[in-house]
Ligand binder design. Structure first.
Ligand SMILES: O=C(O)CCC(=O)C(=O)O
Ligand SMILES: [Fe+2]
Length: 324
């Protein structure tokens, strides 16, 4: 699969790109089977009874394990991350081609089948998010249960704390609008990239229970100010879609796991495509040219695209004004 000039232009400008039908739907269905088979026999959640799909997880069904987490409205299975079948779902000829087109031919680090999945070292601190320090494969299958009658909540966003180059979120089942799909803030990658101390990392410090303000990660005041500005001046995009659709995203793009106001469980596979030399690249601070580590094709592409194309990508009306 080759991206068009316009797709690359849109990705550069907005930090995301929705690709329809980019995963094999048969394999997506297979991934769902594997996912459901992981639930204990006596779990309240039953695949063939949609009434049980509404969150949160019942107390008895909660599992606080970074490799297979069920808690509140989130169900995240990371233990599959280095199994052949899940690697095969996303590390496909098509998506490798796309990743190579964006990051450079022959430069993509392959996942290690049988390696250590993300979550192998548990949470980053007791009760904290999963420690991303280990990940030799796919991030995992991430689900969000429907919120039921939980009141509507404001959006919040973040960028990820671990170094990676190009993220993908692939839908392994249909996700309706407002159904908990990946939600992104277009253009935020261009505004946040220069505010970080390091090009790819977010500096981590110990988490102290009695001094919680840093929450294990240090952000610059510029980053925090810019993220707040983005949240108030930029409308977000809900990356809902059909089974097999994929969204590509830049590593500094502000995003969140969307709130799920639908009746169905949001089911997605998350993966990072990284350059083999990321460990060298990450030593550098943000560069004058934020596309330095991307392919020469990406670097040479200007950011013109049509209004029709931007609309297909669901770019909010407010951001459409400047397109040709
Ligand atoms: O589940 C999602 O859609 C996003 C999750 C996320 O942002 C993350 O794990 O960093
Ligand atoms: Fe994230």
């Amino acid at each position: 699969m080759k991206l068009t000039r316009e797709q690359i232009a849109f990705f550069k400008d907005n930090g995301y790109l929705i690709l329809k039908n980019a995963l094999d739907v048969q394999s997506c269905a297979g991934a769902q089977d594997r996912m459901w088979a992981e639930l204990p026999e006596n779990c309240r959640l039953k695949r063939d009874d949609p009434a049980t799909h509404i969150g949160p997880f019942a107390d008895d069904d909660v599992q606080d394990d970074a490799l297979h987490m069920r808690k509140d409205f989130r169900w995240q299975i990371r233990q599959f991350g280095t199994e052949q079948w899940l690697v095969d779902l996303v590390y496909t000829k098509d998506l490798i081609e796309v990743a190579e087109q964006l990051l450079g031919e022959g430069l993509i680090e392959p996942p290690i089948v049988g390696g250590k999945p993300m979550g192998s070292d548990g949470p980053a601190w007791p009760g904290g998010p999963v420690d991303p320090a280990v990940n030799e494969g796919v991030r995992g299958i991430y689900c969000t249960l429907p919120y039921g009658d939980r009141p509507r909540e404001p959006e919040s966003s973040h960028t990820d704390g671990h170094p990676f180059c190009l993220g993908i979120v692939g839908l392994i089942d249909d996700v309706p609008p407002d159904g908990g799909a990946f939600r992104i803030w277009p253009g935020s990658h261009r505004r946040l990239y220069p505010t970080c101390q390091m090009q790819y990392d977010q500096p981590r410090v110990p988490f102290y229970e009695h001094m919680p303000s840093h929450k294990g990660i240090v952000h610059t005041p510029e980053y925090l100010r810019e993220l707040e500005a983005i949240m108030s001046d930029t409308p977000s995009v809900d990356c809902w879609g059909q089974q097999g659709d994929v969204v590509l995203w830049h590593h500094r793009l502000a995003h969140m796991a969307g709130h799920n106001y639908s009746q169905v469980i949001r089911q997605a596979v998350l993966h990072d495509f990284n350059r083999k030399d990321l460990d060298l690249l990450r030593l550098d601070p943000p560069q004058q040219d934020m596309w330095r580590d991307w392919s020469s094709e990406v670097r040479a592409t200007d950011t013109r695209y049509s209004k029709t194309f931007a609309e297909e990508q669901r770019l909010p009306a407010k951001l459409l004004e400047k397109t040709a």
